[in-house]
Write a protein that binds this ligand. Structure first.
Ligand SMILES: [Fe+2]
Length: 264
């Protein structure tokens, strides 16, 4: 949710389908065929199994109705097309209604390796597989409800919890730490770094801690939060999130563990 974009939203036609050019479909192909071989040993098993369940085409951008068909069989979630950037209030409202907002444009060749905004590869490949998992689905719905109920001054704080779970979450498994966050899953560089580098700090997920931890969107993360198990997400969904916010506000922010962003 940055401030400006050079991309324009691609809108579905009357049949719910979005037209992608051959060049755009090729970008999808190149992104997904690069990323899938990176997953073993780095993505957690529930994530890989969910991704296989999605049966993403390799040669073209998947259409949102196709994704909704799969989600309907598992959790009843929907993906809905939105412009790249939407206000917090709209974002929370959609999630509380079990609707996941998806930016539909695809990145240009020039930004093939990295772009700050969420594009359709990040949204669809990164986010939608775990929406088939009832534990994850319950967590995001609870998150949306907490956002709807929250005072607007706490929206940025809630964004941090989303960042450190849905976007950059790790989970402990019998085979070692593995990733499930969409920001990691859609980035070959960060997938390797998040699992294999000795540089970042990896902390057990504590929601109040995550609410208090600052982040930068334009660098690999310096801190990752690690779930004990995927079931932990479901347990968190049952908790009173307003209490987390009050506690985080009382304790205040942690100091950043990254260097300040240099002025452009
Ligand atoms: Fe995202």
């Amino acid at each position: 949710m940055g401030k400006s974009t050079k991309y324009t939203a691609k809108l579905p036609g009357p049949d719910g389908r979005i037209h992608y050019t051959d060049a755009e479909n090729e970008i999808w192909h190149d992104l997904i065929t690069r990323q899938i071989p990176m997953l073993p040993g780095r993505a957690c098993r529930p994530w890989i199994e969910a991704m296989e369940e999605m049966r993403f085409p390799l040669d073209r951008v998947p259409q949102l109705p196709e994704i909704n068909q799969v989600l309907a069989r598992h959790t009843g979630w929907n993906v809905v097309p939105v412009p790249a950037l939407i206000p917090f209030t709209e974002f929370f409202r959609l999630l509380a209604n079990r609707q996941f907002p998806v930016a539909t444009f695809i990145r240009s060749r020039e930004e093939f390796d990295y772009l700050q905004e969420p594009d359709v590869f990040h949204e669809v490949f990164g986010h939608t597989p775990v929406l088939t998992d009832p534990r994850f689905a319950a967590f995001i719905e609870a998150y949306g409800r907490a956002g709807v109920a929250a005072d607007p001054r706490d929206h940025a704080m809630l964004a941090r919890l989303f960042w450190f779970t849905v976007e950059f979450g790790l989970v402990s498994t019998s085979e070692g730490i593995r990733a499930y966050g969409a920001g990691i899953m859609s980035s070959p560089g960060e997938l390797v770094y998040a699992i294999e580098s000795d540089t970042p700090l990896r902390k057990p997920l504590d929601p109040v801690d995550a609410l208090r931890t600052p982040y930068r969107i334009d660098i690999f993360q310096t801190v990752y939060f690690v779930l004990d198990t995927f079931d932990h997400l479901f347990e968190l969904a049952q908790r009173n999130w307003a209490d987390f916010i009050v506690e985080a506000r009382r304790l205040g922010m942690y100091a950043p563990t990254y260097p300040p962003k240099e002025a452009a």
